[in-house]
Design a protein around this ligand. Structure first.
Ligand SMILES: NC(=O)c1ccc[n+]([C@@H]2O[C@H](COP(=O)([O-])OP(=O)(O)OC[C@H]3O[C@@H](n4cnc5c(N)ncnc54)[C@H](O)[C@@H]3O)[C@@H](O)[C@H]2O)c1
Ligand SMILES: [Zn+2]
Length: 364
């Protein structure tokens, strides 16, 4: 088991551990009991974690109050679900001295984290992430939230976990498409922060795809160090944290324009290729770098081209809603080298001429 410590400066003067290992879900409850003295513990999970046997593995024969989100996935990421969780906790007679344990992917983590941040004015939460997205990205950094009928994450808080427990063997039951799409965020981490990690991903991709625990553990460690480092430096996304949005300006637009047919990671892969084309046009890159990235994405089986049914104008319109947009002009995170973000006058997301964006969409 590897352990690292993430500090939460500014927002709260504390830090939390991330424990990374394999095959420890079965003994984790005892560890949580040892690590946390809250008398009431409540599990939030979803129906797929139950059918995959993970909830049962975590609790064993113990009867722990829990809430199982159904249907699993984004459609349940609503305030109604949060209300149901809060009421289930009240029915279980849980109070301010309780702990929420989130077992699942980013959906469960975002909902449970949000519920924890508002239940009785806030109770601690620990995450047991079980998807490639959650283990690399969503469980770290304290962003929580649920969607409104109009937009994603319309309600949300910054509520850092008190611990994260990453058992990489939980990934063995994850659907292949989800598994592969989630790996795009790992490639993104390598591209913005660590060329050695990029080499590691390139040379271990087969072992990662066959879900070899030792390689998955190393990958999780790289991801947690990178994302943890970025959020430590900028916990509330004032500046550097924006770099985690690499590939997301066009990625989010593509995801929405596809009517969410494309998974987030699949759309971000297209967005990363788009950012790569912009970098080429701006003289920040050479074609070999983009070829390397395309090769890795092709091996992952994620798209590297814009689906032909997506209109360029729709994408340009959607980009205006990107959170980095300033005065209707979308901004892009760009890299000047693998592992190095290009920044201008202290800005981590830079403006790109609209004609250049159009040209790149055309090439994509
Ligand atoms: N808070 C953040 O910083 C942050 C960052 C990135 C993404 N997110 C959010 O995360 C959500 C997406 O998370 P996700 O990609 O993990 O999807 P998800 O949580 O919806 O999981 C995908 C599917 O896999 C199932 N599943 C999860 N783990 C499993 C396992 N081990 N075995 C079998 N099935 C399993 C789930 O039930 C679901 O059907 C989005 O709502 C997104 O907004 C949040
Ligand atoms: Zn993302």
């Amino acid at each position: 088991m590897t352990e690292l410590e993430i500090k939460i400066p500014i927002t709260e003067q504390r830090s939390y551990p991330i424990k990374i290992g394999a095959e420890f879900l079965g003994s984790l409850w005892t560890q949580i009991e040892n690590d946390f003295n809250q008398p009431g513990k409540f599990i939030v999970t979803d129906e797929n974690l139950v059918s995959a046997g993970h909830l049962q593995k975590l609790t064993g024969k113990k009867d722990i109050p829990s809430f199982v989100i159904a249907p699993a996935g984004e459609t349940s990421k609503t305030f109604d679900t949060v209300i149901s969780i809060v009421e289930a906790m009240e029915k279980a007679r849980l109070g301010r001295d309780s702990l929420i344990v989130a077992l699942g992917g980013g959906t469960v983590g975002d909902i449970a984290g949000f519920a924890a941040s508002i239940f009785k004015r806030g109770v601690p939460v620990v995450h047991i992430p079980t998807t490639t997205v959650a283990q690399a990205d969503s469980s770290i950094g304290g962003k929580t939230g649920v969607d409104s009928s109009i937009s994603k994450n319309a309600f949300g808080t910054f509520w850092n976990p008190s611990a994260i427990y990453i058992d990489v063997t939980t990934l063995t039951t994850l659907d292949d498409r989800q598994f592969r799409a989630g790996l795009v965020e790992s490639v993104k981490h390598a591209l913005i922060a660590d060329s050695q990690y990029f080499d590691f991903l390139e040379s271990n991709l087969d072992a990662i795809l066959s879900r070899k625990p030792d390689v998955l553990e190393k990958m999780a460690l790289y991801n947690c160090k990178i994302k943890g480092g970025v959020v430590e430096a900028d916990p509330t996304e004032k500046n550097q944290r924006k770099m985690l949005n690499y590939g997301h300006t066009i990625g989010h637009a593509v995801e929405a324009a596809s009517g969410f047919e494309l998974l987030h990671g699949e759309a971000v892969a297209i967005g990363i290729i788009a950012a790569g084309l912009i970098e080429l046009e701006m003289g920040l890159s050479k074609p070999e770098r983009l070829d390397k990235i395309r090769r890795i994405f092709k091996k992952l089986g994620v798209p590297v081209k814009l689906p032909s049914n997506l209109a360029e104008n729709t994408l340009i319109d959607l980009m205006k809603h990107d959170k980095k947009t300033v005065g209707k002009r979308p901004r892009f995170v760009l890299i000047s080298d693998i592992g190095r973000v290009h920044h201008q006058n202290g800005q981590w997301a830079v403006e790109v001429a609209p004609d250049l964006v159009k040209k790149v969409l055309h090439k994509l």
